[in-house]
Design a binder for this molecule. Structure first.
Ligand SMILES: [Zn+2]
Length: 295
């Protein structure tokens, strides 16, 4: 039996696994389960910030239960790294606990593409469709442009900044200057190749965004998926995208047509990144850089 014959675990965020990664900073780990994100809970004496909700109302309830086991703090703010279903489609539950804070591009992208993504994800099989039962796409309570600062008290401050377009139009990171923790969403993963979900990806701009995140010099990077680690996660994502772009340029200069170029480079990168997951996103990444050459 090959790995491909084994159904992946249901996309359900774990209970009772929440870990503290820095002072007042907790992560509900994804345990590398497909379509489960890392969820952050940042707590200060004057408030708590939840970063991402996981997918669907049942997962939202699980996140809310983890939050309430940590703190009864009444001031709750909730934000998303980006609009994708596994990151934000439990928001209807968290909205009961507090205010949803999104950047403008993210709010607009959710309005434009949310229903389409619900339909697409339902097509991923019954285990995913089950988590999307009863999903409602809810609007944010607060929309900001560019940057927002949330003071949680006791020196714990969360800086929310718009980063997109890169992985999505509305990417956002959350940086905690005192703890030097960065919640990077799907701009950065751990041993998973960058996800290139649709034509709104801006691949070269994504490289520039990663360079900017490296300059923040975080000590702990919480990726969208995979274990939290150090700043090397950002460099690894950047190196991969730079390499895809470089090889696309070289093979194009050799005169290879798109199909042959994509097949050859996909094989090459799959070999070099054999220890990493999500190889299905290699060809879309190549396509994104090819698209830039056309552009
Ligand atoms: Zn994503």
């Amino acid at each position: 039996m090959s790995n491909a014959d084994v159904a992946p675990p249901a996309p359900v965020i774990p209970r009772g696994a929440t870990t503290q990664v820095a002072d007042g900073v907790h992560v509900i780990p994804d345990h590398r389960i497909p379509l489960v994100p890392n969820v952050g809970i940042v707590e200060g004496p004057d408030g708590v910030l939840v970063v991402d909700t996981a997918m669907g109302p049942a997962n939202g309830e699980r996140v809310l239960a983890e939050l309430r086991e940590l703190t009864e703090q009444p001031r709750v703010l909730v934000t998303l790294t980006h609009f994708h279903p596994e990151h934000g489609f439990g928001a209807q539950v968290l909205k009961r606990a507090g205010a949803l804070v999104y950047n403008r591009a993210q709010a607009q992208e959710l309005a434009d593409k949310g229903e389409e993504y619900v339909a697409m994800f339902r097509g991923f099989g019954p285990a995913v469709a089950e988590q999307l039962e009863g999903v409602e796409l809810v609007r944010p309570d607060v929309v900001y442009d560019g940057r927002a600062t949330i003071d949680l008290g006791g020196g714990t401050v969360a800086e929310l900044t718009e980063q997109g377009p890169a992985h999505t139009r509305g990417d956002q990171v959350i940086f905690l200057p005192r703890q030097r923790v960065l919640f990077a969403g799907d701009l950065v993963e751990n041993r998973l190749l960058p996800i290139v979900p649709d034509g709104d990806v801006c691949a070269s701009r994504w490289i520039e965004v990663l360079e900017g995140l490296e300059r923040l010099a975080p000590e702990i990077v919480v990726p969208g998926h995979g274990e939290p680690a150090g700043t090397e996660l950002i460099a690894e994502a950047r190196d991969y995208l730079v390499e895809v772009r470089r090889r696309v340029g070289e093979l194009r200069a050799d005169g290879l047509p798109d199909d042959a170029l994509t097949a050859a480079l996909e094989r090459e990168l799959a070999g070099r990144y054999a220890g990493w997951g999500s190889h299905e996103w290699i060809a879309p990444a190549i396509g994104a850089f090819l698209g830039e050459l056309e552009g």
